[in-house]
Design a protein around this ligand. Structure first.
Ligand SMILES: [Zn+2]
Length: 278
């Protein structure tokens, strides 16, 4: 695949290099087959860079391939908690190899999903511990998924951090949907919190209150596309262009301009995920 020459259009967007969607699954079969259009719409919506997040080995391989061929894409490699039961030592050998690519900026997504419980909880715990160990070995940030398991996530992360082998890599709690208390504990552990489409849902009153108060240097924007499409586009596949809706919602809650939110969260993403130039 030739490297796509896709400088952002001139004007305000190129001056600030655009907003950053820190959690996409452009490697998902529904998005990858129309990637050119999806990326074009992202560009028009002012999204300058995107992280493509792996959820198993094939999707991690594809994330790296996409990021190596598109200058606005970066990759994260990992195995989603849904598949934690199938992980073995070979899996981590392969993830370690993939992570050597300069396009890889994080390990993940790993984490806990006690809502669907598609893998045994012990396997999910072991998988998170192994992902953290790999990230610390390679000095890479970690992207964490968490559904109905906030306490477990916070307990396991603080336990791992407390060990002599515990590293200091940055941790990103993607699609944060916890309470103010969860947020406070996560911030104490040095975590950054990803805000996504959930922020726009009617039922998310509590989350909106929390998001309004989060420290500006710890928030990231994300779509988690093709999932979690923000209002009013629910029912369709999500894509990075919808990041603008999330930025607008966050801006309203925090009493900031959309531009401020995009600029600030982009700076956070560049610092936390150490995005350079490819
Ligand atoms: Zn995800």
């Amino acid at each position: 695949m030739p490297r796509e020459q896709s400088e952002p259009p001139t004007g305000e967007v190129s001056a600030q290099r655009g907003a950053i969607d820190t959690h996409t699954h452009l490697n998902h079969p529904r998005l990858v087959r129309r990637l050119a259009q999806v990326l074009a719409r992202a560009r028009l919506a002012g999204v300058g860079e995107m992280i493509v997040v792996g959820y198993d080995l094939p999707s991690s391989e594809l994330a790296v391939e996409l990021a190596e061929h598109h200058r606005e894409l970066w990759a994260a490699v990992g195995v989603h908690p849904h598949d934690a039961g199938g992980i073995d030592q070979d899996t981590f050998g392969r993830l370690r190899d993939l992570a050597r690519s300069e396009a890889v900026v994080a390990i993940g997504e790993t984490g806990f999903d006690f809502h669907r419980d598609l893998s045994p909880r012990e396997s999910q715990v072991a998988a998170v511990q192994s992902h953290l160990a790999l990230a610390w070995e390679l000095d890479l940030p970690v992207i964490l998924h968490c559904r109905a398991a906030q306490e477990t996530l916070l307990d396991i992360v603080s336990e791992c951090r407390g060990k002599p082998s515990g590293g200091t890599s940055k941790l990103v709690w993607h699609c944060f949907d916890g309470t103010g208390e969860h947020a406070a504990r996560a911030l104490d552990l040095g975590m950054a919190l990803g805000l996504g489409g959930m922020l726009t849902y009617e039922k998310s009153e509590g989350l909106r209150r929390v998001a309004a108060e989060l420290p500006a240097d710890r928030i990231l924007l994300e779509t988690d596309c093709p999932y979690l499409t923000p209002q009013p586009r629910r029912g369709r596949d999500n894509e990075p262009a919808n990041l603008a809706i999330i930025a607008e919602c966050a801006a309203r809650l925090r009493g900031e301009s959309k531009h401020q939110v995009e600029e600030n969260t982009s700076q956070n993403a560049r610092r936390i995920l150490r995005l350079g130039k490819k």
